[in-house]
Design a binder for this molecule. Structure first.
Ligand SMILES: Cc1cc2nc3c(=O)[nH]c(=O)nc-3n(C[C@H](O)[C@H](O)[C@H](O)COP(=O)(O)O)c2cc1C
Length: 210
């Protein structure tokens, strides 16, 4: 059996993922929209932060905890809503959630999650927030909010944008995201029965038209 890699920083995680994941899955996770300018900016913004070592201090009781919208977290890092964790590992969102709970942080469950948010809430030990696309159909939006409340979610993250295929370099990430949104809409319609009508538009939705 090959030994599991022990990455020491995020760049090494990225490299291991690149070696192990099928190209389409890797591109979905690592790629950005259109010219990927924000990916580059994010790297540069992150690199501009420096940790100032402090010496000759009492480090016996370090505390990185803080409060985010009234919820105490043990470190100032949360898990943003990201769809399709099973694309990278069969345990999918349940594994991510276990990690978030073990670190004392919050996992924001994506609307494109491979595991239903009710199922995740049942496994809950930590804090869970859920992402929501405001559907143009207000009843669908209400239903989503009711389900989240009933499942015990503590907060809703409202996503106000969605990607639209770029003119030149259409990345698989964007196509997958578009498909995922259609799947959510289809699932919601199925839950509501035949009166909801058939899926009409097979193309990804434009921002604000979900
Ligand atoms: C692979 C991937 C999947 C994502 N899926 C979603 C999603 O399903 N819903 C959503 O609202 N945002 C999604 N996002 C956006 C993230 O929640 C986050 O807003 C974005 O990555 C910016 O944060 P960052 O600069 O830390 O990457 C996704 C991002 C990535 C990289």
């Amino acid at each position: 059996m090959t030994a599991l890699p022990q990455p020491i920083n995020l760049f090494e995680f990225e490299q291991f993922a690149k070696e192990r994941l099928p190209k389409e899955e890797y591109d979905y996770i690592a790629g950005g929209a259109t010219d990927e300018i924000s990916v580059d900016r994010n790297h540069r913004a992150f690199a501009s932060w420096a940790l100032r070592p402090r010496v000759l201090r009492d480090v016996s009781a370090l505390d990185l905890s803080t409060t985010v919208l009234g919820t105490k977290v043990s470190l100032p890092v949360l898990i943003a809503p990201c769809g399709g964790h099973k694309r990278a590992h069969p345990d999918g969102e349940l594994a991510t959630y276990r990690a978030a709970a073990a670190c004392g942080s919050i996992m924001a469950v994506s609307a494109n999650s491979n595991t239903s948010f009710e199922e995740l809430a049942k496994a809950a030990r930590g804090h869970l927030w859920v992402q929501m696309y405001p559907f143009r159909d207000k009843e669908m939006t209400q239903e989503w909010l009711d389900r989240a409340k009933e499942a015990g979610y503590e907060a809703i993250i409202v996503t106000l944008d969605s990607q639209w295929p770029p003119s030149a370099s259409a990345t698989s990430a964007i196509i997958i995201a578009g498909r995922a949104v259609l799947t959510i809409r289809r699932r919601m319609r199925r839950r509501r029965g035949p009166q909801a009508g058939p899926e009409k538009d097979p193309t990804p939705p434009r921002p604000g038209t979900i």
